[in-house]
Design a binder for this molecule. Structure first.
Ligand SMILES: [Zn+2]
Length: 255
């Protein structure tokens, strides 16, 4: 399939999506969309690999430990899963740093250790990474500097202009989600992001407010995100959509 859209960050293994999984993949298939299924822990990594096996045309599985799970997860389990499924694992994610999940420096150190381990696997296996950097862009950029991972996406980027510039100078992809449709602040950063580093995602089933009425982040929201970015950047929808598609294919290593 030559895709038209790639949702570069979604949590298909999430329980909230589970009852709708088949409909979601069928809807994605109907508009030639690839879903990059990110994981938070061993259980969701295992589920996403199963989903990717069931729907090879539309689903790519990323395996990883989310910062929210870094204090609970056994890294060895995830490492073993990675080793056993090298061919099926399309990337490493969701990984990253977030002080919201820690209340002391020692716990944050554990988060950092796991993030570093995960980046090490991405480096060795030559896989792309999807990185969570909420409130921690500076620390994330510092850790990334110690690794040579070719394809890095800063998912749901919420940093400022300066941080976006530092990330894009390194060649990292910067990804925007449904919040870009209603947040002027996010669109301002998206507007300045180099066209060849822009990605879009839903991070579903995370729910969105404003025009999305608190609904879960469905993959079919993707065209509205692209439209909002195209409008802000004063370029045509199709032109930007094609550019984002090319970027996304490079990110997942499909071109
Ligand atoms: Zn996520």
């Amino acid at each position: 399939m030559s895709p038209q859209f790639i949702d570069t960050h979604i949590h298909l293994a999430d329980d909230r999506f589970f009852p709708y999984l088949e409909q979601i993949v069928n809807a994605a298939n109907a508009i030639d969309m690839i879903l990059v299924a990110n994981s938070e822990d061993f259980v969701s990594s295992t589920k996403n690999l199963e989903i990717a096996k069931s729907y090879p045309k539309n689903v790519k599985a990323f395996v990883g430990i989310h910062p929210s799970e870094s204090l609970k997860e056994n890294v060895e389990d995830v490492v073993l899963l990675l080793a056993k499924n090298r061919g099926l694992v399309a990337g490493i994610g969701e990984i990253g740093l977030d002080r919201k999940y820690t209340d002391n420096e020692e716990d944050y150190r554990v988060e950092k250790e796991i993030f570093t381990d995960m980046l090490g696997f991405a480096e060795r296996l030559n896989k792309p990474v999807s990185v969570h950097s909420r409130g921690s862009v500076d620390d994330v950029l510092e850790e990334l500097c110690n690794h040579s991972v070719d394809n890095v996406a800063l998912h749901w980027f919420s940093g400022d202009l300066n941080q976006m510039k530092r990330a894009s100078d390194k060649g990292y992809y910067v990804s925007f989600g449904p919040a870009a449709v209603y947040s002027k602040k996010i669109r301002k950063v998206a507007m300045e992001t180099p066209a060849d580093l822009l990605l879009v995602e839903t991070d579903g089933p995370v729910p969105y407010g404003a025009c999305f009425g608190g609904r879960m982040g469905w993959p079919l929201y993707l065209p509205s995100i692209i439209y909002a970015l195209a409008y802000e950047r004063k370029v045509g929808y199709h032109e930007l959509s094609e550019q984002i598609l090319q970027n996304s294919m490079k990110f997942i290593g499909d071109s």
